[in-house]
Design a binder for this molecule. Structure first.
Ligand SMILES: NC(=O)c1ccc[n+]([C@@H]2O[C@H](COP(=O)([O-])OP(=O)(O)OC[C@H]3O[C@@H](n4cnc5c(N)ncnc54)[C@H](O)[C@@H]3O)[C@@H](O)[C@H]2O)c1
Length: 387
């Protein structure tokens, strides 16, 4: 069955099912979680969830029995049941919410099925790796009363929220016009990834370099940064052009294995322009262009320079001295994301990283990837998804 017929079938199922959210329970009963995919990221989530008194881990699911066993023992205080088939977990009426942390190509299918089954869903990014998959989950979410949250935890950062307020409520930089943003890092040795500046190398999971499973670097990885850019613009793209490929260990055309470098230029609906680049060729000691992740938002009255630790305002003509603001310390964004998910379920409202944020970020990344692969300008409209 092709993916558009799966989308259609699911949409009709969703309409027919008129989904009810899993059993009504007392407000202060712990939420009962099912974990789907307990590899590296799922285990990190699990480690935080088992520490909470407002959550119990009721079930774990993974196709890898060693991962299942490790998760069961990490959550032994909650004594979770174990499943190898996520559909079996979704049939359990004593599971209120699922956390999906499987490889990227499975997110949409699993999230849509979970919403159809009446479960609240916390799904790791990206929502999807194709436009059809985005549509699939959007349809399921529109037919469900359950809460959907995407694991784009930058949205839960009070620091980032403050900057967005400064731009769109306080008007600090006047009309925002242009964003330059980047994520540059030192090269990885073939088949390994350097993590968090610790100098440790780890092997990629098998699916990671397969662009049919991961969605490629711009979808699997840059989606966090592109989502922040979308948020900073207060808009969404209309078109994109870009170039990228695998530069090391040897040049390979885009669309074969995970790129290690690309540049993309987006035009937004409000006429803003984004120039984003991601590159794993950047020596740490390079002076003129700092490595790492940063965003610069230029406006008619001034500019904001932003990273995850601070932001600074520069008056456009230098009439006032730059003012730097440090991010509040001690905030764990994954914990903040869990808090928002629980609050949204308890209070019956949308989390900040909701289905629209998820779908917009996924489509932004997917259209950027297609522009790179097809070596042409790609438009939002040709993605064929309405959000
Ligand atoms: N939000 C973030 O900052 C962040 C950070 C890291 C990873 N992620 C995302 O989390 C997801 C998982 O990444 P990872 O590094 O943990 O990968 P991983 O390979 O370590 O873990 C994936 C797990 O899913 C399991 N799995 C595969 N197919 C399955 C199926 N059909 N049913 C059940 N389980 C299945 C695998 O056996 C594995 O244990 C990815 O989408 C990744 O992009 C997000």
């Amino acid at each position: 069955m092709n993916s558009s017929s799966i989308v259609r079938r699911r949409f009709l199922q969703g309409v027919a099912a008129a989904t009810a959210v899993t059993s009504v329970r007392a407000q202060d009963d712990p939420l009962r979680f099912g974990m789907i995919g307990v590899g590296k990221r799922g285990t990190a989530h699990l480690g935080q969830l088992v520490e909470r008194s407002d959550i119990t881990v009721q079930a774990v699911c993974d196709i890898d029995s060693a991962a299942r066993d490790a998760a069961q023992s990490a959550a032994q205080g909650d004594n979770p049941r174990s499943y190898s088939d996520y559909r079996e977990l979704l049939r359990q009426s004593d599971v209120d919410a699922v956390l999906i942390a499987t490889p990227c190509y499975l997110h949409a299918e699993m999230a849509a099925a979970a919403l159809d089954a009446g479960k609240h869903v916390f799904c790791e990014k990206p929502l999807a790796i194709s436009a059809d998959q985005v549509q699939l989950v959007l349809n399921a979410a529109r037919n469900s009363k359950a809460v959907f949250q995407i694991g784009q935890q930058s949205r839960n950062s009070p620091h980032m929220q403050d900057v967005v307020r400064q731009i769109h409520e306080t008007g600090l930089i006047g009309t925002p016009l242009v964003i330059k943003a980047q994520r540059h890092s030192t090269p990885s040795r073939p088949g390994t990834r350097r993590e968090g500046g610790t100098g440790q190398q780890r092997r990629f999971p098998g699916w990671y370099n397969d662009v049919k499973l991961s969605g490629d670097l711009i979808v699997e990885n840059a989606i966090h940064n592109l989502d922040v850019c979308n948020w900073l613009t207060g808009s969404r793209p209309v078109s994109v052009y870009g170039h990228g490929k695998r530069y090391l260990p040897e040049p390979m055309p885009a669309g074969t294995v995970m790129m290690d470098g690309f540049s993309v230029e987006y035009i937004y609906r409000n006429d803003m322009h984004l120039d984003y680049s991601q590159l794993y060729l950047h020596p740490r000691a390079l002076k003129k262009l700092p490595n790492g992740m940063w965003f610069v938002v230029y406006g008619e009255k001034g500019t904001i320079e932003l990273d995850y630790s601070s932001w600074t305002f520069y008056d456009i003509y230098g009439d006032s001295a730059p003012v730097e603001h440090q991010a509040p310390e001690g905030i764990d964004l994954t914990e903040a994301a869990h808090n928002d998910f629980v609050r949204a379920i308890r209070e019956n409202h949308r989390p900040v990283a909701d289905i629209d944020v998820a779908a917009t970020a996924a489509l932004t990344s997917i259209m950027g990837r297609e522009a790179i692969y097809q070596r042409r300008m790609v438009t939002w409209d040709e993605m064929g998804v309405s959000i």
